[in-house]
Write a protein that binds this ligand. Structure first.
Ligand code: MLT
Length: 281
């Protein structure tokens, strides 16, 4: 259960987030069209050993929508939550799918905040023209018919055919709970997101790429392409999982995460907090 709910402000927008546990910081950024509750299996598994921060991106969960949603605005919202917590040490960021798109933006905007990146079921490339047109069409449908348009269309790709009905119902309910305004904003933001492929070779922190073996949205091939382009990146393929690998196979996902985190060098607090990218205290 996400219990420790807090609020920050980014510009005029109210950002909801939660903080659990204590220890080195781990920041989780959710997929589309979900909210921070999708990280419940990770919060429960990691809160005894780490400070776990989960954020509702603008327009989802308890966070207000942005007037003009963008990946850059979403990254600012995550930064605002960390500022509100006074978090001055570099964090491990975990983003799944759209959350991964936000992580690329966090890396571009505030690299000094980043200790390591976990890019789960995501991809670096921008949308194709066809993909973009599809998003605009879906946004219009959501405006007319509501969140279930997206939930019904995406469910089959979120979890594998092996998933039982309880898991399917849970994932569908999470998607149906998304506010239509948030869905429309995120669809436009994803359509307009830049290609992050050129950034991959610039990433100089440890990276773990995770992908569900049956992910048909951001495929194992997309994951391999990121691993090939990022120096030293590691790959974990989660068997019997589709796109929402952290929810479908939390045991394997959490084990991969822990192995990666436990192998990281300790936080280098030398020179911290005077690094130029950081907001002032
Ligand atoms: C997500 O899971 O965040 C979305 O499927 C990403 C996308 O549509 O590109």
């Amino acid at each position: 259960m996400i219990t420790e709910s807090r609020q920050a402000t980014a510009g005029d927008a109210r950002i909801a987030y939660a903080r659990h546990g204590r220890g080195d910081p781990l920041v989780f950024v959710h997929a589309f069209p979900f909210d921070q509750t999708m990280w419940q299996p990770q919060v429960e598994a990691l809160r005894d050993d780490y400070t776990v921060i989960t954020v509702d991106l603008p327009g989802f969960g308890g966070s207000a929508p942005l007037g003009d949603a963008s990946m850059a605005g979403f990254a600012v919202a995550v930064g605002a939550a960390l500022d509100a917590e006074g978090l001055r040490e570099p964090a491990i960021f975990v983003g799944l799918s759209m959350g991964g798109y936000v992580l690329f933006e966090i890396w571009r905007q505030m690299p000094g905040r980043v200790r390591a990146l976990v890019l789960a079921d995501t991809r670096a490339q921008a949308d194709t023209d066809e993909g973009r047109a599809n998003r605009y069409r879906t946004a219009e449908q959501v405006r007319a018919e509501g969140a279930q348009v997206v939930a019904d269309a995406m469910l089959a790709k979120m979890v594998t055919q092996e998933a039982d009905s309880a898991l399917r119902d849970k994932v569908r309910a999470m998607m149906r709970a998304a506010p239509p305004e948030g869905i429309v904003g995120a669809l436009h933001a994803m359509a307009a997101r830049p290609d992050s492929t050129p950034d991959l070779e610039e990433i100089s922190v440890p990276v773990l790429v995770i992908v569900g073996a049956q992910d048909a949205i951001t495929t194992p091939r997309d994951a391999e392409a990121m691993v090939e382009a990022i120096a030293g990146a590691q790959l974990e393929v989660i068997q019997h999982a589709a796109h929402l690998s952290n929810v479908e196979r939390p045991g394997a996902f959490n084990a991969a995460l822990r192995r990666f985190i436990e192998d990281l060098d300790p936080i280098n607090r030398q020179g911290w907090p005077n690094r130029p990218e950081l907001p002032s205290a």
